[in-house]
Design a protein around this ligand. Structure first.
Ligand SMILES: Cc1ncc(COP(=O)(O)O)c(C=O)c1O
Length: 393
């Protein structure tokens, strides 16, 4: 049997090989440990003290070999010491936030974040005695200005959902470190293929694995990655809040991850081509894509990203009704929420990802009623362009 290797040079090799369990029956594919419980590590009950030795498992809410293998693959890809999987992106994000803030603490968050996270911070954290200051995502000086003596965490997301604004990750991480504050970034839109926040000084990275990491729109999952010490704190919350992953979902995610680097090459290519096409289309008022020269933060995006992904948002000329007509006319692109899968999807943030925001909140963030969010899959760009052209004409 081959020796288990830890580090690989390229992201594609890492995606395929990292995290594999040592074969027990000569198997080539890391198996599903579809079991909720495990034999106690000692056969004599009188010697069992309730402690789980390193590398052993006791109960799947605490840990499971298939889940651990997937966490190891993810942390190799992200360049973190450790990763921790959850049953959803929201479980990962909320458990991580609640590991670092509690009653009497202060959180700083950029204001352009995924609608679910925004609602959690706005509605749930005040009930728990946590105060939050929302700041402009494009101005890092605002982060430093918002710091209070009780600030415990800076929450970031980049590129942002749905307007693909870019946070200056290095500067934001520096502000956090200089003040001894933890930083956490949702890097779902970028994936570890296009962006490495830990290398830029961020403490913790979260992803909704439901999206690009799994890539096939057939499971819900989330991960937090960071130092061993930080992940141990979050691990305690995972056990208690119960947002653990199912081994079958971990197995599917493990398989999906093997093609991550390959899929991202196509997503990046389709994103670039289709953003350019939309920019020149008379039925389109504005396009948001960090890879476009016209994106106000294109230079920053080039500094901190190696690819710009398959998420493109645009405003349809003619308002909300015209945008709804375009959505109904798609023949290849599917009208559905979510993102990051091999199939292209289109949705309107107004009634999907950002429906929990008030119209005033959406207006303040620049999310117009006629905004369409595209998640470009891995189909041929020509087919997607034809579909868009037909729907917009
Ligand atoms: C950027 C981002 N973060 C987090 C989430 C939440 O992930 P999940 O749906 O897996 O809980 C989403 C979901 O759309 C998202 O787009």
């Amino acid at each position: 049997m081959p020796e288990k290797r830890k580090k690989f040079k390229g992201a594609s090799t890492t995606a395929v090989h990292a995290g594999e369990l040592t074969p027990s029956q000569g198997e080539v594919v890391t198996p599903i440990y579809q079991t909720s419980t495990f034999y106690f590590p000692t056969s004599d009950p009188s010697t069992w003290e309730g402690k789980v030795p390193d590398g052993s498992y006791i109960y799947t809410r605490w840990g499971n070999p298939t889940i651990r293998a997937t966490e190891d693959k993810l942390s190799e890809l992200e360049g973190s010491e450790r990763g921790l999987l959850f049953s959803s992106g929201m479980a990962a994000i909320t458990s991580a936030i609640l590991s670092f803030v509690g009653k009497g603490d202060h959180l700083i968050s950029i204001e352009d974040i995924y609608g679910g996270t925004y609602s959690f911070i706005r509605s749930e954290l005040p009930r728990l005695g946590v105060e939050t200051t929302f700041v402009d995502s494009t101005d890092p000086s605002k982060l430093a200005e918002a710091i209070k003596p009780n600030t415990k965490l800076i929450y970031l997301e980049s590129p942002t959902n749905p307007l693909l604004k870019i946070v200056d990750i290095r500067r934001a991480a520096k502000v956090a470190r200089e003040h001894g504050i933890k930083s956490l970034i949702d890097s779902t839109f970028a994936t570890p293929i296009n962006q490495k926040p830990i290398d830029m000084g961020v403490d913790l990275v979260a992803h909704s694995c439901t999206k690009y990491l799994n890539g096939h729109s057939d499971l819900i999952a989330g991960v937090v990655l960071g130092s061993q010490a930080d992940i141990e704190s979050i691990y305690k919350k995972r056990i208690l809040y119960g947002g653990s992953m199912d081994p079958l979902a971990a197995f599917l995610l493990f398989r999906g991850l093997k093609t991550l680097a390959l899929r991202m090459e196509r997503h990046n290519r389709n994103g670039a081509q289709i953003a350019k096409f939309l920019e020149s289309h008379p039925g389109v008022e504005g396009v948001h894509y960090p890879g476009l020269d016209s994106h106000p933060q294109h230079a920053l995006a080039r500094e901190q990203m190696t690819g710009f992904g398959g998420m493109v948002s645009f405003e349809v000329r003619g308002g909300r009704k015209a945008a709804e007509r375009a959505l109904r006319a798609f023949q290849v692109i599917k009208m559905a929420t979510s993102l990051g899968g091999v199939d292209s999807l289109a949705s309107m943030p107004l009634n999907s990802s950002h429906s929990s925001l008030t119209p005033q909140e959406r207006q303040r963030l620049g999310i117009k009623d006629q905004l369409v969010r595209l998640s470009l899959g891995i189909e041929d760009a020509e087919d997607l362009i034809q579909d868009l052209d037909h729907a917009l004409s």
